[in-house]
Unconditional design. Structure first.
Length: 245
């Protein structure tokens, strides 16, 4: 009995030491991957990297991590227009099957899914802000975006008719979709301004617009978009996504 008690005590002690060593190793690896990702993506702040699964050390021996979660609070994505960028907020990506080099200088996930958001103020930059003629004596421009409910965007259009600005913007409910790397906003119904008859293509030149979002971290891409309370919610996906290297 005494020998059994000693054996159990040793098992507990070595088990505790293994857990401590495993947690120290995973913390070190998370820091290394975060630093490499910050450098490779030229981020202003260090991203949050969390390696899931226990034990970590057995995953290291196998040369691949089952599940790695990456969080980037803000990211400046390319728009494909004269070096302009658009800010992506709260990018959260879940990486599966992450293979890495021994010094963590490179790490690639077989698949990745995630979420992010773009505020309405940020997306508004893609719309025509300057008044544009839509008919003789009628100019209009978008002055605001907000949640229209039921997955729609409310587009506020300001108009001036024969020199008189309408007392308040006209609200247009619009649908937001993603096609490839582009977010598109399309009016469900066309507005009228002061009873003036307008050609559809001239009105849509104001109400409808799109915004490219390119160069997301590691090569992940847009999947779906949906209007929400404070902005457009985005889902992303990718394969062979590079966390570093």
């Amino acid at each position: 009995m005494r020998a059994l008690r000693i054996l159990l005590i040793l098992v507990v002690i070595f088990g505790g030491l293994f857990v401590i060593a495993d947690r120290v190793a995973v913390n070190f690896a998370e820091g290394e991957v975060a630093d490499k990702l910050k450098a490779s993506e030229n981020l202003d702040t260090t991203p949050d990297v969390s390696i899931k699964g226990f034990p970590f050390l057995t995953q290291v021996v196998g040369g691949a991590l089952d599940d790695v979660q990456v969080g980037i609070p803000d990211y400046e994505a390319d728009t494909g227009t004269n070096g302009k960028t658009i800010r992506i907020d709260d990018l959260e990506a879940n990486m599966k099957g992450v293979e890495f080099s021994g010094d963590y200088s490179s790490a690639t996930a077989s698949t990745a899914t995630g979420t992010a958001s773009v505020t309405y103020d940020e997306l508004l930059k893609a719309a025509k802000a300057e008044p544009t003629q839509v008919a003789p004596g009628v100019t209009a421009n978008i002055v605001g975006l907000s949640d229209g409910g039921n997955g729609k965007i409310k587009v506020a259009v300001e108009a001036t008719v024969f020199g008189t600005k309408l007392p308040k913007p006209v609200d247009v409910l619009s649908t937001v979709t993603a096609k490839g790397d582009t977010v598109r906003v399309h009016a469900d119904n066309l507005p009228s301004f002061g009873g003036v008859e307008l050609a559809e293509n001239r009105v849509r030149a104001i109400t409808d617009f799109e915004q490219k979002i390119e160069g997301l971290p590691g090569g992940i891409q847009l999947d779906k978009v949906q209007a929400a309370k404070s902005g457009v919610e985005i889902t992303v996906k990718g394969s062979n996504v590079k966390l570093a290297g």
